[in-house]
Design a protein around this ligand. Sequence first.
Ligand SMILES: [Ca+2]
Length: 375
Amino acid sequence: MAIPPCLAVSPSQARFPHRTDCFTEGLVLNGSEVLESCGLTGKSVLRRYDLSSGQTKKEVHLDAKYFGEGTVELGSSLFVLTYKHKEMLEYDRETLKVKRVHPFPYGEGWGLTTDGCDLLATTGSPYLYRLRRAADGEFTLVNKVLVKRDGRSLRMLNEIEYVTPKLWVNEWITNRIWRVDPISGVCETYIDIGQLHSWRGQATPNGIAYSPAFGKEILLVTGKLWPQIFSLRMTAANLCGDQPLDLHCAQAPPSACYEPAPTAMASTAAAVVSTTAKIAETPAFTTPALSTRMTPTVQPEKTSTSKTGFFSFFSATPAPMTAMPKLPSGFSTALSLLGALMFVSAFASGLLLRYMRRRQRDTLHRQVESESDGG
Ligand SMILES: [Ca+2]
């Protein structure tokens, strides 16, 4: 598979104010109103404001123990992930008061969005977690989808935004924002926003928001501590794929690629209820009906990425070996040893790389936290 192409996008003239004290972790747009979650332990804030003026309409501070992460609205609630507390906070959408705390045992909380039915979360790993609300109000893991770029896993998935039927994802500490198919996990294309703002250290691009009520072919992007939010004009084909849709969620939000049918809009609680019931019947760790045209990549919860790659590679290689012409036994032993050596070295390099990336990330977060505490 070829490396996905980089899309050329032209920033429109529209730029909007953004608070430079906001360590952006989640960005949501409703028409001309922004909901943003700002991180850092003891300084985390959830804020609603007017996009054009930047004027705050309502804000609440998270409990001082939390480092707030991604946020999204769904139904009458608003959800905020926490960085290391393994909890997801549920707020009343209007009053911004915490009404429930949900366990989030999947790792660190990073990014959060919704397809209109389920919550989709990232943890800084290469996986996309699909969480579905049960009748008792709790969320359960439906599946975790491995996000792949050019056949390899894409790590450090951060802020995300669902634009029916696709997903846009910030890749941490890069200028890349990927368009990902949320069912197959395939990175289809990306944009590079390096020209928008010069940033260093932890002030990485993070924050993607979309609202067709604001502009059907407009994507808003910003970064941690950035002074502006940028408006990117894109074609429908680039923004959301412009392909035939086969949605599994009756409440999927409208986009440049999807307009809910009037009958579906007017509907009818009955239709929604029947769809919801259908979804609820889907057994855990299976893929929703949308996946019929693509093969999903669903990994069991406790399987590590490197292990999967290791064994799938290993089991895939014997066939060509047996097809080789017969070689002298000494030569073939040497070849085997060489192959094993190369394999072990590649495996060790992979482990080292993962360790170094994790250290870099932890160092940055420690730096951020200590700077914010004035230490
Ligand atoms: Ca977002």
